[in-house]
Design a binder for this molecule. Structure first.
Ligand code: PLP
Length: 458
């Protein structure tokens, strides 16, 4: 690897990064004494940094993104061919890849009908919030503009997306936020808030309680992650989604599923909600849509919602929104090829098989390490929650959880953790290897974790 770059070139790159780049979600103080890591090359499940160290990537690019693995020449070729043909025209006009990807995408989403392109998950979610506010003004006389989001869920980084943030440390010090967002309780049964048999139904009933408190006529949208990602890899309890759907229907509240992490194969179905038989009004997606080969996000909705934006008797009667780079053709052309790869290589099936293996391995680790209090997951999207004591479930200290992640990194295996978002609860190790994972990859990840847990927790 790095055939064209000398070690001098790479030293220069590291120095330039250290001097000039402000990294995401990073405390830079340590870089006064150590160098930042610079990633240089990837192939399949493997990555190399500027010092030539090789890594097995257990988190698909750090944040659940590179679903089909690194170094896909067919995606690069498709993007290149499209860019020299037509790189861009504003999204007020159509494009060949935009039309063809929308058609293919909606085929995977029975009941959905229209695709709105932008560039990031945050933006895709904000499009929904704007659409719902406009529906409230147009259809409900200015009511039904409030939006419900859930404790522990995350929907993006902008000021409005942070208004819908159930992870306090992401939002602290960035207010004031956009008004009209209301939190409902999380549904993590391991940290049950109600002592009942039918936990899924009870957790969903808690949403109804908030709706009744705020007034059903004020609430236009319920926004949920199908499986909560950074908030602790929270799979929904039995019966939860069915009850959520009933509640939305009862109070005429639109249902928005944020598939930014789960979307396009990660959970072993095309979309996370399809594991639970949900019928959403809006679905948003970003990360896995083009596996990070190009920036693209999609806000997908039903024909019924779309119809509400076709009032040509009103000069304000259409969706008055544009994202400049939503007109880039690189996104949908990469997404089309990404979809083809997932189909042709049977990656949904592989995700289910490898996900089952990952869960089995994590359960075996749980037998060996008392510090693992719970393991959860769907497909290749799994978490292991670390606790000081299984009886009290006191969360393990964030620094020791981070030490496990660092130990794996030193072994050449990248895993993740809930990251400074939930005070006291940044104690879940996260695993989301690419959908192309082999049994050897899965075993190598859990073997590294086994060693790291032994060294950090004894
Ligand atoms: N929604 C979920 C569930 C996410 O996990 C994220 C990012 O991690 C976002 C939305 C925001 O996506 P982006 O960072 O592309 O704006």
């Amino acid at each position: 690897m790095n055939k064209n770059l000398t070690s001098n070139d790479l030293s220069h790159v590291i120095a330039a990064d250290k001097a000039r780049v402000w990294h995401h979600l990073t405390q830079h103080k340590p870089f006064e004494s150590i160098d930042p890591r610079v990633m240089v090359e990837g192939k399949g499940m493997r990555l190399w940094d500027a010092l030539g160290k090789e890594f097995l990537d257990g988190v698909s690019g750090g944040v659940w993104t590179v679903n089909v693995g690194y170094g896909r020449e067919s995606i690069a070729d498709a993007v290149r061919d499209q860019l020299v043909k037509l790189n861009y025209f504003a999204g007020s006009a159509g494009s060949i890849p935009g039309a063809l990807f929308a058609e293919r995408l909606v085929e995977k989403m029975p009941g959905m009908s229209r695709v709105y392109y932008a560039n990031s998950g945050s933006e895709a979610n904000e499009k929904v919030f704007k659409m719902v506010r406009q529906i409230g003004h147009k259809q409900h006389g200015g009511r039904k503009t409030k939006i419900l989001y859930r404790e522990r869920d995350y929907h993006g980084t902008t000021i409005t997306a942070l208004a819908a943030c159930g992870q306090p440390q992401r939002a602290q010090q960035y207010g004031p936020f956009t008004p009209g967002f209301i939190e409902v309780p999380h549904c993590l049964e391991y940290r049950a808030q109600w002592d009942v048999e039918d936990y899924g139904r009870r957790a969903a009933d808690a949403i109804e309680e908030v709706i009744l408190r705020e007034g059903p006529d004020e609430i236009g949208l319920l926004c949920l992650e199908p499986v909560t990602a950074g908030g602790g890899v929270i799979t929904p309890p039995e019966g939860y989604w069915q009850r959520v759907q009933e509640i939305c229907a009862k109070y005429d509240i639109l249902l928005h599923i944020d598939e930014v992490v789960c979307g396009v194969g990660r959970t072993g179905e095309w979309f996370g909600y399809q594991n639970y038989g949900v019928k959403p009004d809006f679905v948003t997606m970003a990360k896995g849509v083009a596996s990070g080969y190009a920036a693209i996000s999609c806000t997908v909705t039903t024909e019924a919602v779309f119809e509400m934006f076709k009032d040509d008797s009103d000069p304000l009667g259409y969706f008055r929104d544009i994202s400049t780079f939503g007109g880039c053709t690189s996104g949908p052309v990469a997404a089309l090829e990404n979809l083809r790869i997932i189909e042709d290589e049977n990656l949904l099936e592989n995700t289910n098989r490898m996900g089952a293996r990952l869960m089995d391995n994590l359960h075996t680790l749980m037998e060996r390490h008392a510090v693992i209090g719970d393991v959860r997951g769907k497909g290749l999207f799994c978490g292991a929650e670390l606790v000081n004591d299984r009886a009290s479930k006191e969360p393990a200290d964030e620094k020791r959880v981070a030490a496990v992640v660092a130990d794996c990194m030193a072994q050449g295996v990248i895993i993740g953790m809930t990251n400074r978002s939930l005070p006291g609860f940044n104690n879940t190790l996260c695993f989301s290897p690419a959908l192309i994972s082999t049994p050897d990859d899965i075993d190598a990840i859990t073997t590294a974790v086994d060693g790291a847990l032994g060294r950090v927790f004894g």
